[in-house]
Design a protein. Structure first.
Lengths: 93, 111
């Protein structure tokens, strides 16, 4: 009974994360300015990391945790680099 | 997944649902709000409370599954709490910088 509840909770959570990724993807494609796109990319990778964690909970395997950690750290580097590019890159005329 | 006690399964499921709902609300907010300065706020719901809830759910589940205290998810928590403010502050600086540069350009062209 409780295992069934956990199964469906993980399923619903995965659906929510996927929907969040779709929202971020739409904003990434539509976003009027470059900073909106960078923000959407940030949201996209956070959702992807949580989705990976939910997969790990479903499989009961510790491997997914390490993938999530790598996504979290690399996502920070990507967003920081893009923000730095926006700060410096377009000033040059 | 069948060998875990009931309370751990229920608690982990509830925390997971809470985190997923908060993250989805944040992502929908990112899609729906109007200006960039409004849109900076909602994703932080997913990065703070959403991530925190999912990490707690994962900790409870793996602690029950491996029958020992599993706290490795705190690493992700630390990484997210330290990095998110830095990236968002950099992004806000970039946005303000770009807007000021554009205003300067418009003022120059209207003169």
């Amino acid at each position: 009974m409780t295992a069934t509840f956990l199964y469906w909770a993980i399923f619903i959570a995965q659906t929510f994360f996927a929907l969040g990724m779709v929202c971020a993807m739409v904003r990434l494609l539509r976003g009027p300015r470059a900073q909106d796109r960078v923000l959407a990319l940030d949201t996209l990778y956070v959702n992807a990391m949580l989705l990976t964690l939910a997969f790990g909970m479903r499989e009961g395997s510790a491997l997914y945790f390490e993938i999530a950690l790598a996504i979290a750290l690399l996502g920070f580097v990507a967003t920081a680099a893009l923000a730095k590019f926006l700060l410096r890159g377009e000033v040059i005329e | 997944m069948s060998g875990i006690p009931g309370w751990a399964a229920v608690l982990a499921g509830l925390f997971l649902l809470l985190g997923a709902t908060l993250t989805l609300i944040g992502s929908v907010g990112l899609l729906r709000l109007r200006s960039f300065y409004d849109r900076v706020h909602p994703p932080t719901m997913g990065t703070t409370l959403g991530t925190g809830s999912v990490l707690i759910a994962s900790m409870i589940l793996f602690s029950a599954l491996e029958e020992r205290l599993v706290l490795r998810e705190i690493l992700i928590g630390i990484a997210m709490t330290v990095t998110t403010p830095v990236t968002f502050m950099l992004l806000m600086q970039a946005a303000r910088h770009r807007e000021r540069a554009e205003e300067g350009k418009q003022a120059c062209s209207s003169d």
